[in-house]
Design a protein around this ligand. Structure first.
Ligand code: NAG
Length: 497
């Protein structure tokens, strides 16, 4: 063989090796996600009543960076057919959306079902199924009916029953067509994010105590909804139910910081997972102990961290059919040095450790202040979960990048490529059974306190256009080609914009 042949042959081998190495397992599925309040608009149409986010943004528009709100958003309530077209254009295997509780149940309770609201989701589900796209439903993505918030919302133990009643309505309406359900989206943000910071709707600041009661009732509400499905609906419909946790990955700075980083991970991931996924159930023991000591130190007569009864532990334990999580970013954890101010992030000071949380060296920053890019974080997270809770099925239910503007979003493409590569490594090198990946988000939408300043969309939305025209970004073409080839062995730059 002469040298030209050798070069050609090695190039061919390199390409075929790369192609093999970068392909996703057969059956691996790709999707994209949105949430009701962020895209639907029609906040007071079709029988929908007020939710916490409506009240929060109307009461004081300054709570949102650009003083905007979700009154119209992407107008998906009227333009849902366009969203299905986009999902089809991308070649999505599934589309994850959420249901607005107050659109289905105007009183918040299940005494009265709003037919128009119920039909909206029924049409969306049927429209997706017609195109061969699986509808994946989130029951609750932060938009609590204001009527229930007025009664204490997630800190009232009765919410456990209200949520179960709501879940029953949804299973009855859509159970015949839905194979994957998520009960709650990111209870960490629903609870710690809300009560420890006061910056999310409903804008209540109740540090220390509020988040932990919310944490407990969120887990119980999830568990009741899961058991209801398992007992009454699963035998007929054979679907799967889980919840979507928000997981930030924490790396220790040095070996000495390992135990500290582990405690921080338990505080953010464990507090919303251990009770459900661990063999023994209940709170992560390290957190329970820490919180008891902290409560004493802060003068509380009993732990500010509510305990579980044995019955509650049994009720929650094992209430999962897969592990779903949203992941965007990482942090480095270390002990603070003498005289250095402690970090209060993530989400409030309640951990009260002598700790410092910072970004890693050389990590790029996305458009949101909290957003740092560290692709290996998603792989480390998957390894941690498997070691902790066993060989479960894992679905990544959100991952994506924040930019300010522009259609030629090479940085978003790079983010997707690098994070997906780490997911592949977790599957192939670490044997983690990841079965699905979900891009956040299908279309630009109302990004909570960042309003419309921050863009996560594969498709750009023109919010000045009454038609809310959707236009694909470069990343939409990239994601479509990854899905089509079922592999990362596709070019990251394309010019068909
Ligand atoms: C991954 O999980 C799915 C769903 O439970 C299962 O069907 C599949 O066999 C699992 N794959 C591996 C490699 O364990």
């Amino acid at each position: 063989m002469d040298w030209i042949q050798a070069v050609v042959l090695s190039a061919v081998l390199a390409v075929s090796w790369a192609a093999e190495d970068l392909s996703f397992p057969p059956g691996f599925r790709f999707g994209a996600a949105t949430a009701a309040y962020q895209v639907e608009g029609a906040w007071n149409e079709g029988g929908r009543t007020e939710c916490t986010w409506d009240k929060f943004v109307h009461e004081d528009p300054r709570r949102v960076a650009d003083q905007s709100n979700g009154d119209v958003a992407c107008n998906s309530y009227h333009l849902w057919k366009k969203d299905i077209e986009i999902a089809e254009e991308l070649g999505l295997h599934f589309y994850r959306f959420s249901i607005s509780w107050s659109r289905i149940l105007p009183t918040g309770f299940s005494n009265q079902i709003n037919e128009e609201g119920a039909n909206y989701y029924s049409n969306l589900i049927d429209g997706l199924l017609e195109k061969g796209i699986e509808p994946l439903v989130t029951m609750y993505h932060w938009d609590l009916p204001q009527s229930l918030q007025d009664l204490g919302g997630w800190t009232n133990p009765l919410i456990v029953d209200w949520f179960e009643d709501y879940a029953r309505v949804l299973y009855n309406l859509y159970g015949d067509r839905i194979k994957h359900w998520l009960t709650l989206n990111e209870p960490l943000i629903m609870c710690d994010g809300v009560y420890n910071t006061g910056v999310f709707a409903p804008g209540l600041f109740s540090p220390e105590v509020g988040a932990y009661y919310c944490n407990k009732y969120a887990l119980l509400a999830h568990a009741k909804a899961w058991r209801l499905y398992d007992e009454e609906f699963k035998p007929k419909y054979h679907g799967k139910v889980s919840l979507a946790n928000q997981l930030v990955w924490f790396d220790p700075k040095t070996k000495e910081d390992e135990a500290l980083a582990e405690l921080v991970i338990e505080n953010c991931a464990g507090r919303y997972s251990h009770a459900i996924y661990s063999k023994e159930g209940g709170w992560p023991p390290s957190i329970e102990k820490h919180m008891q000591e902290l409560s004493k130190k802060r003068g509380y007569p009993r732990s500010m961290f509510p305990s579980f009864t044995q019955e509650e532990i049994e009720l929650i334990r094992g209430t999962h059919d897969y592990y779903a999580f949203n992941h965007y970013t990482s942090r480095i954890v270390r002990y603070a040095e003498e005289g250095e101010e402690f970090s209060t992030w993530p989400l409030g000071d309640a951990v009260d450790l002598n700790l410092k949380i910072e970004k890693g060296e050389g990590w790029a920053q996305g458009a949101s202040s909290w957003f740092f890019v560290n692709p290996p974080g998603i792989r480390n997270q998957l390894i941690w979960l498997k070691q902790k809770y066993g060989d479960l099925e894992f679905m990544i239910t959100e991952n994506g990048f924040a930019t300010f503007d522009g259609r030629d979003d090479q940085d978003r493409i790079q983010y997707y490529r690098d994070y997906l590569e780490q997911v592949l490594l977790a599957i192939k090198e670490d044997g983690v059974n990841v079965t699905a990946y979900t891009a956040w988000t299908l279309i630009d939408n109302f990004e909570w306190m960042d309003g419309y300043n921050v863009k996560f969309g594969l498709y750009e939305v023109d919010f000045n256009d009454p038609e809310r025209k959707r236009t694909p970004r470069a990343s939409a073409h990239y994601y479509a080609s990854v899905i089509k080839s079922h592999s990362l062995d596709v070019p990251t730059t394309r010019n068909e914009l």
